[in-house]
Design a protein around this ligand. Structure first.
Ligand code: COA
Ligand code: AMP
Length: 649
């Protein structure tokens, strides 16, 4: 139950952030160590392109490491690495991490990376991925971490866009299906990228992982290509000092799916991000120096950047780095054991992970005998938290379960229940209230504000607070077009939802062609482009259908070219599944395909995706008035009914 005190603290802080944003963030900036403290808090001279703390200078790796060592926390664990996949466990203190990061920063520098240069990091969930990120930050290089579940063409597209000087990788990751050999994927990506190894990429540095079973595809496999061994490079290094950068220098570029096939490179600044993360760790999550915090996600996602790496380290907490799954590695008690082993105080993960545990161990028999009493709260984000999962978890653990909503673009939560300010009453189904700094509104298509309880487009009034994206790597014009033009004066989130009479925000889902599969964001447009490269397919429409584990999963409806019809839909599906795995990656979880005689379209030729969704989800079908040909619905339903078993792998 909320105390009136918590409510008034939240309201006070929120009002302060709106009425005097500069005062609010000037104060928050004092929690960061600056080489040159900012005098100017908000630069609005180029609105709608804003900059926070623009004349300040700092180094983010110094804030995450040196500062804590200097303050006497050198022997505290900075990272606890636990791999359910290899059995490896390793504690890395702040002093040790500082040493490794400084040395790897020297390696980067010696191989040609400097302030402003890009470094691609394509690695599994191992401590070296964090070291590589922080080492980039130390020399002012801009990292771009690419999630390991993407295939070579996706990696190539990001290499082309980021134009990196260096690529850092590892010899292998491990998935339940077996080891993942990274080097052949990277090699193919480099040959696909227009600049290739001969272009901007001056060196590739590889962390060999002897512990990965079947680690046959190591450096030997690329002998003669001059790829460098992480360990030998570190052995020859000297610790490098942190380089002061401008607060608005980019810290990283992180690619996310948009409505087109071209991924968007979200540009994050250094100063605003550091301030926002320090503020959010304490005030949203209630975590501070010395606490043990675990974000079960991947460094390839924004959640990993903000709350596996930078957030917890900036405040001097201990961050758990977990390589494994919530179930099957080896069982559905994996999370509980990690919590017990390290006395984890707060866990952050995606609802999918909890649904996976619930599905496997609904009565929580495996929790018996495991001591999770250290746990004080669980935070869930990345996708909609269904009320059943919410209630199940809250009852199972008897700790607050906090839904919160944000995006790669914002870098930290827009809406949540700010535990550090005092938890507010929960309304299951709502992500709770706007976080200080975010002025959230719901507007209709004509930008008029919707009344309380009425659904519309969720927008955030400009300027966005510190820490949110400052641009897209492909340029400010694309940034403006993608996010700022639809509702002038506002940032358009791409999500729909409503705000009730108490100010609680309910997120109802994307209003664009983005779908969310197990907390991973995918573009249906990009999936369609890939499906259409199959020689037999004439037209394709990809939609998200409900999935009890992953929230949504992609499903393709296709028509075939005349003369290329097949009676073997399952064989066609297998070919398209492989095509998607090899072009986008296994992360797309693409398994469903329906061959239909025609796609339902409006008279102007637009595919009726809502109708396809209704049919695929088995919902009551509303026949659209704009439908060109009503017979198509019968044919579609027949195709889905007869083919469901045959084509869903
Ligand atoms: N490298 C290579 N492949 C990867 C990968 C990586 N880093 N991460 C996932 N994949 C592969 C998986 O092995 C799987 O391949 P498969 O089709 O051969 O089995 C595919 O991509 C889909 O992965 P995933 O969505 O993780 O599904 P899953 O069935 O393996 O596991 C869950 C299901 C629920 C256990 C898993 O999705 C999960 O833990 N989700 C938590 C959500 C999360 O962390 N979201 C991040 C945002 S907060
Ligand atoms: P990503 O940028 O990959 O983090 O994905 C962001 C998108 O995930 C948002 O735009 C939402 O559509 C969805 N999302 C994230 N958190 C939530 C949440 N708590 N509830 C509902 N949807 C969410």
């Amino acid at each position: 139950m909320t105390s009136p005190q918590a409510h008034s603290t939240y309201e006070h802080e929120f009002a302060r952030s709106v009425e005097d944003p500069e005062g609010f963030w000037r104060e928050a900036a004092q929690d960061i160590g600056w080489v040159r403290p900012p005098q100017r808090i908000l630069d609005d001279t180029r609105a709608p392109f804003y900059r926070w703390f623009a004349d300040g200078e700092l180094n983010v790796s110094w804030n995450a490491l040196d500062r804590h060592v200097e303050a006497g926390r050198g022997s505290q664990d900075a990272i606890i690495f636990d791999s359910a996949m290899t059995g490896q466990r390793r504690r890395i203190s702040y002093s040790e991490l500082l040493d490794e990061v400084s040395r790897f920063a020297d390696v980067l520098r010696r191989h040609g990376a400097a302030r402003g240069h890009r470094v691609i990091i394509y690695m599994p969930m191992i401590p070296e991925a964090v070291v590589a990120m922080l080492a980039c930050a130390r020399i002012g290089a801009v990292h771009s971490v690419i999630f390991g579940g993407f295939a070579a063409p996706e990696l190539a597209a990001r290499i082309d866009d980021a134009r990196p000087n260096l690529v850092i990788t590892a010899s292998g990751g491990i998935e339940p299906s077996g080891p993942i050999a990274y080097l052949p994927i990277l090699r193919r990506a480099l040959s696909l990228a227009s600049n290739g190894k001969q272009g901007t990429v001056q060196a590739v540095i590889v962390k060999e992982r002897a512990e990965v079973p079947g680690n046959a595809i190591g450096l030997d496999s690329v002998a003669g290509e001059g790829w460098l061994d992480w360990n030998s490079e570190i052995a020859q290094s000297q610790p490098a000092a942190p380089v002061a950068v401008s607060a608005s220098d980019p810290l990283y570029v992180l690619y996310t799916s948009g409505t087109t096939g071209r991924p968007k490179g979200v540009v994050r600044d250094s100063g605003g991000y550091a301030v926002a993360l320090a503020w959010s760790m304490r005030n949203v999550y209630g975590i501070d120096a010395g606490d043990v915090w675990w974000t079960a996600s991947d460094v390839g996602w924004v959640v990993g950047h903000s709350y596996i790496v930078y957030g917890p380290l900036i405040v001097g907490a201990t961050t758990v780095l977990y390589e494994g799954k919530p179930v099957g590695t080896p069982d559905a008690a994996a999370f509980w054991r990690v919590i017990e082993r390290y006395r984890v105080q707060a866990l952050f993960t995606a609802p999918t992970a909890i649904r996976a545990i619930r599905r496997t161990d609904p009565e929580l028999e495996l929790l018996g005998g495991i001591d999770v009493s250290s746990l004080e709260a669980v935070f869930l984000a990345g996708e909609h938290l269904d009320t059943e999962t919410y209630h199940w978890l809250a009852e199972a653990l008897s700790v607050p379960v906090v839904d919160h909503w944000w995006q790669t673009e914002t870098g930290w939560p827009i809406v949540g229940n700010p535990r550090g300010l005092g938890l507010l009453e929960v309304k299951p189904g709502s992500a709770t209230v706007p976080i200080p700094g975010f002025q959230v509104e719901v507007v209709d298509g004509r930008a008029s504000r919707c009344e309380a309880g009425t659904a519309g487009n969720i927008v955030v009034k400009l300027p966005l607070p510190p820490g949110a994206l400052i641009s897209l790597w492909s340029g400010e014009e694309r940034f403006k077009e993608a996010y700022l033009d639809a509702f002038p004066g506002y940032y358009s989130t791409g999500d729909g939802g409503m705000i009730d009479e108490d100010g609680y925000v309910f997120i109802l889902g994307r209003t664009d062609d983005v779908i969310n599969v197990a907390g991973h964001r995918l573009s249906t447009g990009q999936l369609e482009d890939t499906v259409l490269t199959h020689p037999s397919i004439a037209e394709a429409a990809v939609i998200g259908v409900r999935d009890s584990l992953k929230g949504e999963r992609p499903c393709a409806f296709v028509t075939l070219k005349a003369g290329l019809e097949t009676s073997d839909d399952a064989a066609l599906r297998d070919q398209v599944v492989d095509l998607v795995r090899n072009t986008i990656g296994p992360v797309a979880s693409f398994k469903d395909l329906f061959v239909v005689p025609r796609l339902p379209k409006t008279r102007s030729g637009k595919v009726l995706r809502k109708t396809l969704r209704e049919i695929a989800n088995g919902d009551g079908l509303t026949v659209p008035a704009t439908l060109d040909d009503s017979d198509v619905l019968q044919a579609l339903q027949a195709a889905v009914t007869t083919n469901t078993k045959a084509v869903s792998r």
